[in-house]
Design a protein around this ligand. Structure first.
Ligand code: GLA
Length: 501
C-alpha cells in the first residue's frame, strides 16, 4: 500500500526491526571480569531502547560513559560512547552480537588493546553510579600532631602495582628492618591500591585474597618496629577500580584503626565523576573528621594531583601531606619535570604539612645513578616525603648508597621544616638553597644538561660567611674552600650537594 508515495511495507519492516533490536539489546547488562585476587572488575551496559534520545550509559567502578550512538542489530551492533572528566574526552567503541542470553562484546579505544567481554542481563538499576551527596560546610580539622618531619618509608605502587600482596609486604618489612633503612628513618610500609575486597553485609570493607588478614599483617609490621599504611579513595572506586570509601568514610576509618593502620593515602580517582575541583576540600574534610573520630593517630596523605591549589587548604582538612603533581614515572624527564617545578610551593611546607611531589623511583632501573642522586638530593632540598618505590628486598649497592645517604636524609628531615628554593638558573644549571636549623644551609648544584658542567656558587649569594665550613654530602667529605666561592664539575643530569655553615 502507498500513502502519499510512502511505502508502508518498508516502514513496517523498519519498525519491526527497531522493536526486535530494542527488545534484544536494551536493558542492563553486566560484565563481571574476575581478577586473580577474588574480586571482579564490573562493567554495566545500561542500554536504552532504540529511538530514544538518551541511548544509555556504561559504568565501570571508576568511570562513567555516555552512549552516543547505537547502530546495527542483535547479530552485529556497535555502541559508541564517550568518557569525559575534567582532563580529557575519551571515545570508546563496543562491537558485538547477542549469543543466546549473552552479549559478546569487543571494546576498543581508551587505554589498552581491544578487550573481549561477555555480559549477562541484570535487573534495571543495578550498578547505577551513586548519587552525589551534599557536601558539608567547611571547618578546620585540628592538626593530628604527626609528620613533624616529612614522612619516610616505602610504598608498593611504583614497583609492585597490582601485584602487591601480603608476602611482598612482609618481605619488604623484613628487609627494611634489617638493611639499615629503618635506622635511617624509613618506617612507613604503605600498601597502595589493589588490596581492597568487597564490603560485607554490614558494609565493612574487607581485604581481598592477596591480603588474607590485614590485622595480622599490621601486627607483623609493628613487630618489626615499623608502621603500616593503607590506601583508599573518597569516590566509590579507587583508581584501579577497587572499592572506595564513598558513603563509608567513618566506618572505614574505624576499620583501619581496628587493624592498627598508621597512614592513609586518600586518592581522588572516581570522586571526579561526582564532585568538582572546588568541592574537594569539603570532601577531604569528611575523611579528616572520620580519622580524628576513629581515635588512632593516622597520617593523612591527600592525593589529588595538586588540583585546586591543595597546598592552600591541605592543613585545614587535617592533611599531613598533599600530592602536588600527576604521577611520577621512572624516567629522567618525569622526575626532573616534577621536581624542578616545585619552587613556588615552598611557602606552604611546614612541620606537620608537606608538599608531596610523589614517591621515589630510585632503584627501579630506568635512570642512571647520577639521575637517582639528583632525585634524592632534589627531594631532600624540597623537604619532600621520602617513600622508596623500589623492591627493597633486592637492591644494588648503588641504590642502597643513594637511599641510605644519611647526610642527604638529614637535609630532608631538617627540623626547621623549610622547603628549599631555586637561587639561580643559568640554562640547564640550577642552584638551590635550603635553610636549615641552627643557621646552616644546604646548597645543591644541579646540572640538567646532557654535558658535564662546571658550576660555581658564591658564598655571599647563599648568605654564608666568606670562608664557611663546607661538606660534600655525596663524597662524604669536608671541602676546603678559598676565595669566597666554590666551583665543581657536575656530571650529566647530576648534582653536587653541600652543607654550608
Ligand atoms: C593514582 C595515584 C598513584 C597510585 C594509583 C593507584 O594514579 O596517583 O600514586 O596510587 O592511583 O591506582
Amino acid at each position: 500500500m502507498n500513502i502519499k508515495g510512502v511505502n508502508m511495507k518498508v516502514i513496517g519492516i523498519f519498525l519491526l526491526g527497531a522493536c526486535a533490536f530494542a527488545a534484544d539489546l536494551s536493558g542492563n547488562w553486566l560484565v563481571a571480569a574476575p581478577r586473580n585476587d577474588g574480586t571482579f572488575a564490573r562493567t554495566y551496559f545500561d542500554i536504552k531502547p532504540d529511538g530514544t534520545t538518551n541511548k544509555g550509559e556504561i559504568h565501570t567502578p571508576s568511570a562513567h560513559y555516555i552512549i552516543t550512538e547505537v547502530t546495527g542489530g542483535s547479530d552485529g551492533f556497535t555502541l559508541s560512547a564517550t568518557y569525559t572528566d575534567n582532563r580529557s574526552v575519551r571515545p570508546m567503541k563496543y562491537e558485538g552480537k547477542i549469543v543466546g542470553d549473552e552479549l559478546h562484546i569487543t571494546a576498543t579505544g581508551g587505554r589498552g588493546t581491544p578487550r573481549e567481554m561477555v555480559a549477562h542481563r541484570v535487573p534495571e538499576g543495578e550498578g547505577l553510579y551513586p548519587k552525589k551527596n551534599p557536601i558539608p560546610a567547611l571547618h578546620k580539622v585540628p592538626y593530628n600532631g604527626l609528620a613533624k618531619t616529612p614522612p619516610m618509608g616505602w610504598n608498593s605502587w611504583n614497583k609492585f602495582g597490582h601485584s602487591v600482596d601480603d608476602a611482598a609486604v612482609r618481605g619488604v618489612a623484613d628487609a627494611i628492618a634489617t638493611n639499615g633503612m629503618k635506622d635511617a628513618g624509613y618506617v612507613y610500609i604503605n600498601i597502595d591500591d589493589t588490596w581492597e575486597g568487597d564490603r560485607d553485609a554490614k558494609g565493612n570493607i574487607t581485604s581481598n585474597k592477596k591480603f588474607p588478614d590485614m590485622k595480622a599483617l599490621a601486627d607483623y609490621v609493628h613487630s618489626k618496629g615499623l608502621k603500616i599504611g593503607i590506601y583508599s579513595s573518597p569516590g566509590p572506586a579507587t583508581c584501579a577500580g577497587y572499592e572506595g570509601s564513598y558513603n563509608h568514610e567513618l566506618q572505614d576509618a574505624k576499620t583501619y584503626a581496628s587493624w592498627g593502620i598508621d597512614y592513609l593515602k586518600y586518592d581522588w580517582c572516581s570522586a571526579l565523576n561526582l564532585y568538582t575541583n572546588e568541592e574537594m576540600q569539603a570532601v577531604y574534610q569528611i575523611m579528616g573528621d572520620a580519622l580524628r573520630q576513629a581515635g588512632r593517630p593516622i597520617v593523612f596523605s591527600l592525593c589529588q594531583y595538586g588540583r585546586n591549589e591543595v597546598w592552600k587548604w591541605g592543613p585545614e582538612v587535617g592533611g599531613n601531606l598533599w600530592r602536588t603533581t600527576g604521577d611520577i614515572s621512572d624516567r629522567w624527564m618525569s622526575m626532573a619535570n616534577i621536581g624542578f617545578r616545585q619552587n613556588d610551593l615552598a611557602p606552604y611546607a611546614a612541620p606537620g604539612h608537606w608538599n608531596d611531589p610523589d614517591m621515589l623511583e630510585i632503584g627501579n632501573g630506568h635512570m642512571t645513578d647520577d639521575e637517582y642522586r639528583t632525585h634524592m638530593s632534589l627531594w631532600s632540598m624540597l623537604a619532600a616525603p621520602l617513600l622508596a618505590g623500589n623492591d627493597v628486598r633486592d637492591m644494588s649497592q648503588a641504590t642502597k648508597d643513594i637511599l641510605l645517604n644519611k647526610e642527604a636524609i638529614a637535609i630532608d628531615q631538617d627540623p626547621l621544616g623549610k622547603q628549599g628554593t631555586r637561587l639561580s638558573q643559568n640554562g640547564d644549571q640550577e642552584i638551590w638553597v635550603r635553610e636549615l636549623a641552627g643557621g646552616a644551609k644546604a646548597v645543591a648544584l644541579f646540572n640538567r644538561g646532557d654535558k658535564a658542567a662546571e658550576m660555581t656558587v658564591k658564598w655571599s649569594d647563599v648568605g654564608a660567611s666568606a670562608k664557611p665550613k663546607v661538606r660534600d654530602l655525596w663524597a662524604h667529605q669536608d671541602v676546603n674552600v678559598e676565595g669566597g666561592s666554590y666551583t665543581a664539575t657536575v656530571p650529566v643530569h647530576g648534582v653536587v650537594l653541600l652543607r654550608v655553615k
